[in-house]
Design a protein around this ligand. Structure first.
Ligand SMILES: [Zn+2]
Length: 423
């Protein structure tokens, strides 16, 4: 992509009341725009980051033989009355009424519809187990919306629903999902912790959250210093300086961000929806359900919250909008400048031909200092600089945004270098 042709610039003004670190970095870096409080629009660079995260998640879901679906965002009131959540979900449910007085919600999550679809599509034990997932915009009328992408009124979520004939089958799938989730977060550059939690009427053995340690976190988690035990403070079973219920180790509190959650729903939603199956013994039984969520937009905000320095973002290569940021330094001597441009254009084409995605700052009217500031803000992992000096030696300067390390390479060696570093 050529910077000169790009829709949005980098180094943008941040609204004064944008308080969160991730919100400031993502707006300033040209990744998103605030539409209104708690609502953001993704700009081209931001959407590329989002799509890379989405692809990591989708690949892992398909790998466990889940099928992708797309539910409706709008759901009729009836479904939510049946589950009791029309009222119990509270004020954050976004309700609306059409011209004829029919009431709907904008989906904040989709257990009701998943159970309803199971009722219509699953008849006997031969139809089980099954797993479906979707990636979709969800809506919650959150009041505290000053945390960038961490908490918004509109957000993008991956939600998976699993259907089983027995509790034991659900338990096995649930444990498998714990591994899949940890693997997804690690591919996004995050160390996640599996934390005991509670949600609605569900108890701690049936709910787990995936937490990432961060000063900007809106959750507090109690961690054991010695073993893997961790519990959301909201559960109130343990507190700081208590002893670990498993190993006796000392417990410490830390700020965390929840990046995913998994629930063993059991038969609650299937019974509300009337989702039954006929078992081998000919008996009619309730379907066991599990649900597994990852807030994808929140995940992007969390990564920004963690990967940055005073100059801007520092994306992990796996989710960077582009791995390479190519910079042509302009020269005051027009003859030299033409040669630098030719050299850089050629390098850009070579890298593209080798399948390496490059963001190329080809702007002719912008000074070198400004170009470097933009490159740093963008957080793109590798900066490749061409100027009069390097041109003379037929080399380029390559700087790692992550380590700050600089090296010089022959132009002919650049494509192979990135092939190795990126793939
Ligand atoms: Zn312990």
């Amino acid at each position: 992509m050529l910077y000169s042709k790009s829709f949005a610039s980098i180094n943008r003004e941040v609204p004064k009341d944008e308080m969160s670190v991730n919100g400031q970095l993502l707006i300033k870096g040209g990744f998103m725009e605030r539409v209104t409080a708690g609502v953001y629009a993704y700009l081209p660079l931001g959407w590329r980051v989002y799509r890379k995260i989405e692809e990591i998640v989708r690949k892992e879901m398909l790998a466990i033989a889940a099928e992708e679906v797309y539910f409706s965002v709008l759901m009729p009131k009836d479904l939510w009355i049946k589950s009791g959540r029309w009222n119990s979900f509270g004020k954050i449910l976004m309700k609306l009424t059409d011209e004829n007085g029919n009431e709907y919600i904008l989906g904040p999550t989709h257990e009701e519809l998943a159970a309803e679809l199971a009722r219509r599509n699953i008849a006997t034990y031969r139809d089980l187990p099954r797993a479906i997932f979707q990636i979709q915009d969800k809506f919650r009328d959150e009041e505290e919306i000053n945390s960038g992408l961490i908490k918004t009124k509109e957000f993008i979520m991956k939600d998976l629903y699993s259907f089983h004939a027995t509790q034991q089958d659900l338990d096995i799938f649930y444990e498998e999902m714990k591994k899949v989730y940890s693997n997804i977060f690690s591919q996004c550059g995050l160390k996640s912790y599996i934390v005991e939690a509670a949600g609605g009427n569900f108890t701690s053995e049936n709910v787990h959250e995936f937490m990432v340690k961060s000063f900007g976190g809106d959750d507090t988690t109690v961690f054991c210093e010695l073993c893997d035990f961790a519990q959301n403070k909201e559960l109130k079973q343990v507190k700081e300086n208590d002893r670990c219920p498993y190993c006796g180790g000392l417990l410490k509190e830390e700020k965390t961000i929840e990046v995913g959650n998994i629930f063993k729903l059991g038969t609650k939603f299937s019974e509300d929806a009337g989702a039954f199956f006929v078992d081998r013994d000919g008996e009619k039984k309730s379907i066991f359900m599990g649900c597994y969520g990852i807030g994808l937009s929140r995940l992007m905000g969390t990564i920004a919250e963690i990967y940055h320095d005073e100059k801007g973002l520092k994306w992990p290569t796996s989710i960077a909008p582009y791995p390479v940021y190519l910079i042509k330094m302009n020269d005051t001597d027009p003859r030299v400048d033409v040669r630098i441009k030719k050299f850089t254009d050629r390098l850009y084409n070579q890298l593209n031909d080798r399948g390496i995605e490059v963001f190329y700052d080809d702007r002719s009217e912008v000074g070198g200092g400004e170009k470097i500031i933009d490159a740093d803000l963008s957080g793109i992992p590798y900066q490749v600089v061409v100027n009069a000096k390097t041109l003379q030696k037929d080399i380029v300067e390559i700087k790692s945004r992550n380590t700050g390390k600089t090296e010089f390479l022959k132009r002919s060696a650049v494509a192979s270098y990135f092939k190795k570093m990126i793939q």
